[in-house]
Ligand binder design. Sequence first.
Ligand SMILES: CC(C)(COP(=O)(O)OP(=O)(O)OC[C@H]1O[C@@H](n2cnc3c(N)ncnc32)[C@H](O)[C@@H]1OP(=O)(O)O)[C@@H](O)C(=O)NCCC(=O)NCCS
Length: 181
Amino acid sequence: MVELERELFAPSVLRDGRVVTIRPLDELDRQALLAFGRALPQGDLLYLEDDLANPEVIARLINARFAENWRQLVASVGDQIIGYGALRRLPGWSRHVADINLIVSAGWRRYGLGTALAQAIVDAARDLQIDKLIVEVIETQRAGRAIFDRLGFQIEGRFCSHACDRQGRRHTLIVMAQRVR
Ligand SMILES: CC(C)(COP(=O)(O)OP(=O)(O)OC[C@H]1O[C@@H](n2cnc3c(N)ncnc32)[C@H](O)[C@@H]1OP(=O)(O)O)[C@@H](O)C(=O)NCCC(=O)NCCS
């Protein structure tokens, strides 16, 4: 697979008129993705599946940018990354299912970027020939729930004390799902 020119991707206009680009993660994003991860609010880092403040994790994500069962998108402004979204096919008997991760820089929230990035990830699922999408959300993460609810996802599971954050506290986890085809 080859890296596509960033200029090929159509810009998205946010609610306040700012323009961002949603495009696949590429090799030149290494430093910008780390800076994005390091600037995330401490509270978000507690729950992230991949620790985006860790250079080794960033290296793994960049190396996986062409992985067959994985799609990674970023939202960028110039050389700065302000959002990250990923779609990963599950293994084994759930190989027709993919799970979603989504995160936006604190200073860029409430302008529609999370919704635009989530929609781009859902669109990428067709390319991966996925039948079902799931997203795991901590019960108190109202923004994440609102976005996927709006995109037509429904709650399929609620697991008490199921998610353990990096400080060892337990949280109720909600699994939301949507059929793709
Ligand atoms: C979830 C997240 C990506 C949303 O990003 P965003 O750019 O703010 O999303 P949008 O601007 O598209 O907001 C979508 C809707 O979510 C809801 N929402 C957003 N922030 C909210 C908050 N703090 N409290 C309650 N609802 C909120 C609103 O309904 C909002 O729509 P509105 O502004 O039209 O009312 C961002 O808050 C984030 O990165 N959170 C931490 C990680 C996370 O929870 N990820 C989701 C699970 S993978």
